[in-house]
Design a protein around this ligand. Structure first.
Ligand code: SF4
Length: 95
């Protein structure tokens, strides 16, 4: 099956198992072009042609996907309540 480039949002929404998503490294102002490839639930990074990186990545770019599965990764903002950090929750207008 040939891989197809789609947006990050569409890929996540569709829960696709083998896709290449064109995106940019988030770590510095160069914003190197990269592809995130999800295969069998594992996300890996591949470089992609872009004016600032011309197909290359530095070590931070190559390891960018490792944060996605880090158990200590924050997935919601935290607020401090007295001595504890507590996950925020979305409150609708009816609450
Ligand atoms: S791959 Fe390296 S040089 Fe490129 S944007 Fe990421 S951190 Fe910056």
């Amino acid at each position: 099956m040939a891989m197809q480039a789609i947006s990050v949002r569409d890929g996540l929404k569709q829960g696709l198992d083998e896709r290449s998503i064109a995106t940019h490294c988030p770590y510095c102002a160069l914003q190197c072009g990269m592809n995130l490839i999800r295969r069998n639930g594992v996300v890996s990074v591949a470089p992609r042609e872009f004016p600032t990186n011309k197909g290359g990545l530095c070590k931070k770019g190559w390891t960018a996907a490792e944060l996605l599965t880090n158990r200590e990764r924050l997935t919601v903002p935290l607020v401090r309540e007295q001595e504890l950090w507590v996950a925020t929750r979305i409150v609708g207008r009816s609450d």
